[in-house]
Design a protein around this ligand. Sequence first.
Ligand SMILES: Cc1ncc(COP(=O)(O)O)c(C=O)c1O
Length: 414
Amino acid sequence: MNAKLDSTATSRPVTRQTYDEVLVPTYAPAAMVPVRASGLDLWDQSGKHYLDFTSGIAVAALGHCNPIVVEALTRQANTVWHLGNGYTNEPVLRLGIAITEATFADRAFFCNSGAEANEAALKLARKHAHNKFGAHKSRIVSCLNSFHGRTLFTVSAGGQPKYTEGFEPLPPMIDHIPYNDIEAARAAIGDDVCAVIVEPVQGEGGVMPGNPDYLQALRDLCDKTGALLIFDEVQCGMGRTGSLFAYMGYGIVPDVLTSAKALGNGFPVAAMLTTEELAHTLSVGTHGTTYGGNPLAATVALTVLETINQPAFLARVKEASLYLIDKLEELIRDYPQVYASVRGAGLLLGLVVTDAFKGRSKDIQRAVENEGLMVLIAGPDVVRLAPALVVTDAQIDEALRLMRKGLDTLLAAK
Ligand SMILES: Cc1ncc(COP(=O)(O)O)c(C=O)c1O
């Protein structure tokens, strides 16, 4: 019998080595393979426990396998999974009401990933400008060090050449300016610009919060030139900064907002939010995606949104952030040879390494992982922390204890 057909793939033993044998090598995953998780606790194949301060790159905001989300997903899984775009469904209609009531937006387009939400936003901006002003208004302005996804359009909008190299020819008419530089924005945002896309807090690019003056200047320049201001809140949105969306904390309203990651707590779902007028740019047949807003995704997103968008929940995020920053400042004082500063917003924080540790964020990540703490990096010089928003003070204390242990081992080995 054909060995491939005979094997019971669902129960076959697999290891980290299997990754190197059968998956396209787009990532370099950790040596351990997680198998089970609950809240911020996670266990690998050997049964070793980890405290997760990554939440799957700012995704599992309510913690892994959150019972409220599991219950909603299970209920919907036994009701109807998928219908296709020839039919709407009750969960997506309810989600549409909830997300537009909660934000500046009048309309939502649902899709599956942050890249797709940004792709939709950029397409909307191009089409809107072409309809209203003509095809000359096509230029997109984005920021250096930004990250907007991996489709060809969004990776070109992203400001990190390492991600576009080799994929040329790239979509034209996309310019990149330094982040938080008002003069550069003034010089770049002219009448041929259809969209300015920006992360209110840059995530992948090093956990860099936008200056309020800068984001306001972008708003003013867009108003002056008729360009659309797109806030990419894929990483910083959905409660992570202590506001439902970061724009609310800044008091600066975009024309288009994109959300993903925490919106589904791990279930793939994303949204592009916009105004009544702009939404009509994408008329029937102009854009779409098979799974966008299917009943499973919409049920999960609605449950997550309703849980996060509570004053007490968001207040606790702010409180946990202050506590964590306080502890990280103590850590920086105790390890001045490793860390120079902490920056970020809410529970999206970056520890910037010293010159002596430049390029070594990954070494730190591995060292603390050995002690049982999972953290992220944001480039070679920043260790990024993005715990679930339900993190407790006791878990923060434990994370700092493990971080110190990892650093001690790393320094001893030096
Ligand atoms: C700010 C931002 N935008 C877009 C994306 C892309 O999202 P996805 O990986 O879901 O396509 C990311 C992912 O890290 C992100 O951080």
